[in-house]
Design a protein around this ligand. Structure first.
Ligand SMILES: Cc1cc2nc3c(=O)[nH]c(=O)nc-3n(C[C@H](O)[C@H](O)[C@H](O)COP(=O)(O)OP(=O)(O)OC[C@H]3O[C@@H](n4cnc5c(N)ncnc54)[C@H](O)[C@@H]3O)c2cc1C
Length: 508
């Protein structure tokens, strides 16, 4: 038998693929990462656009800071620096004087809430009393392959109450969870915005654990990498190079080669073949099962593929605007453009935006997350300019009339302008829209859907589906990682680290 070209090929250089490759390479394996785009990072990239350095996803990282990855891969030595973001969110409502801030500290957040909604603070404290132990449990569970043995140990570390709360909330709606904790209506409305990042409205069953997005930020300090999200990926890539790993950009994996039920390598878009006894798919697994591998896709892959529900507007401005009517000093905040501003149309508004999306239309009043990366990092933009990243939710993949028209983006800017000072629209110099269709064509995401592990902790513990929770695919030597696998989407990296540990255990 001829010697393979590499010990392992990783398909996709998103942060999960790069992390998996790093752990394999530093264990002595000869690893090649193949990336379809011209640069590494996937959604965790920062690219040249609009005459600035623009993040593809939003640039606040939380979960990865709860893992040992940054330390184990010594990413600080590769130039990775985080700026802590505290407060991390500014929750805006229709009334600008009623806005409040989410801080890393629970009490500081409750106090900010109490200034504008005195009745809501006690409910927030009660909610976080229950949510914080669950958030810590979820973050802990994520750091290992969720086998029954590992998971039971983690469950034991966090106690029965956190486990039963997690299981109970997983079945309920986010709104229901808030109501049961006695959280006031206003806090409820704003926190209930969290399920929108899953493409669902807050009354939807099984969105209860979305309320953990606030608790996770009390458990872990949110941070922004200097140089943008891509600085994380860049630091992992340079660590990979330092342990002998190689990256080939600008060429796509088109097939996974299998012989006698064992992986043999990958076929690439330039017609070449790379032989390797281990292949790790770190791209959308739908592509793996419907395009790269021969045979029927597994039963867990829904016949109707999920569709993307988020878009991003990148905007360059010629001055820093201010939030209309906001008295940030009252909340002890000197720069209200550091946190991400959350614009929410309320519980009924989210239900309506979701229904409008399902009908192929775009609601004007929808959930928006506004991030101002150049406030904390001047290296991203030219002197005299500023950057806004506006993430917009409930955006249909198949927008009626298509995504090419600029009218949608202008409507979003006008909607967002309602929470900003009157000169905001005049300060806009350039913008670009990244729609679900662009995520499909630019990042290989089927129908613009950002893959996310949909099962909860119980599915993970039971190993359902096997491929997404144990990282081994249906063919010997073939593995999967990325946001579609446990623990799910986000800048987390736990999936890449877990998948590598399975590969290494199988080789031992
Ligand atoms: C608008 C938006 C905002 C977000 N904001 C945040 C945030 O603030 N915080 C957060 O934690 N998360 C955020 N996320 C989610 C987060 O960005 C993703 O979940 C995460 O980056 C996914 O990483 P990954 O490595 O699993 O996959 P990806 O980043 O998708 O990487 C997969 C890679 O595979 C490559 N690829 C695809 N097909 C092929 C092929 N055939 N051959 C070779 N390579 C291929 C792709 O080009 C890509 O580079 C956001 C996402 C979006 C869309």
């Amino acid at each position: 038998m001829t010697r393979p070209d590499f010990d392992a090929v990783v398909a996709g250089a998103g942060h999960n693929g790069l992390i998996a490759a790093c752990y394999l390479a530093r264990s002595g394996m000869d690893v090649l990462v193949v990336e379809a785009r011209d640069t590494v990072g996937g959604l965790a990239s920062t690219v040249d656009a609009l005459g600035a350095r623009v993040n593809i996803c939003m640039c606040d990282h939380v979960m990865i800071r709860s893992t040992p990855i940054i330390e184990e891969l010594d990413l600080v030595a590769q130039g990775l620096t985080y700026v802590d973001v505290d407060p991390h969110h500014l929750y805006l409502s229709g009334d600008p004087t009623a806005a409040w801030f989410g801080f890393h500290d629970v009490e500081q957040t409750a106090e900010s809430l109490a200034i504008v909604h005195p009745g809501a603070a006690a409910g927030y404290r009660r909610l976080m009393d229950r949510a914080l132990p669950v958030a810590r449990l979820v973050l802990d569970l994520a750091c290992e392959v969720p086998t029954p043995g590992a998971s039971l140990k983690a469950l034991g570390r966090h106690g029965v109450s956190a486990v039963s709360t997690m299981l109970g909330w997983a079945r309920r709606s986010a709104l229901d969870v808030l109501a049961s904790a006695g959280a006031d209506d206003v806090a409820g409305m704003l926190l209930a915005g969290a399920p929108s990042t899953w493409g669902l409205p807050p009354r939807h069953p099984r969105t209860g654990l979305a309320v953990l997005s606030a608790a996770v930020r009390h458990a872990v300090m949110p941070g922004r990498p200097v140089g943008g999200s891509g600085a994380l990926s860049g630091s992992i890539a340079s660590r990979l190079a330092s342990v002998g790993g190689k990256v080939r950009c600008g060429v796509s994996v088109e097939s996974v080669l299998v012989e006698s039920r064992r992986v043999r390598g990958v076929g690439l878009s330039d017609g070449s073949v790379i032989e390797a006894p281990v292949v790790v798919c770190a791209a959308d697994p739908r592509r793996l099962y419907t395009e790269w591998l021969a045979g029927d896709p597994p039963a867990w892959l829904e016949a109707k593929p999920p569709e993307g529900f988020e878009a991003k507007l990148d905007v360059v401005l010629d001055r820093l605007p201010t939030y209309l009517g906001l008295d940030a000093e009252r909340h002890g905040v000197t720069d209200p453009l550091v946190p991400t501003g959350v614009v929410s149309p309320g519980v009924d508004g989210m239900a309506s935006a979701h229904a409008t999306m399902l009908g192929g239309e775009m609601a004007t009043d929808t959930v928006m997350y506004a991030n101002w990366p150049s406030v904390t990092d001047r290296s991203l933009v030219a002197e005299g300019e500023h950057l806004l990243g506006l993430e917009v939710l409930f955006t249909p993949y198949g927008l009626r009339g298509g995504w090419d028209s600029s009218a949608v983006a202008e409507r979003w800017l006008e909607r967002f302008a309602r929470v900003m000072d009157p000169g905001f629209l005049d300060s806009v110099r350039r913008w670009r829209l990244v729609s679900p269709v662009d995520y499909e064509s630019g990042f290989g995401l089927s129908r613009g859907f950002v893959p996310s592990f949909a099962g909860g902790a119980v599915s993970a513990l039971l190993g359902r589906p096997r491929e997404l929770t144990r990282y081994r695919a249906s063919v010997d030597g073939l593995y999967v990682t990325g946001g579609a696998t446990f623990p799910g989407a986000g800048i987390w990296g736990a999936s890449g680290r877990n998948a590598a540990s399975v590969v290494l255990a199988d080789r031992a």
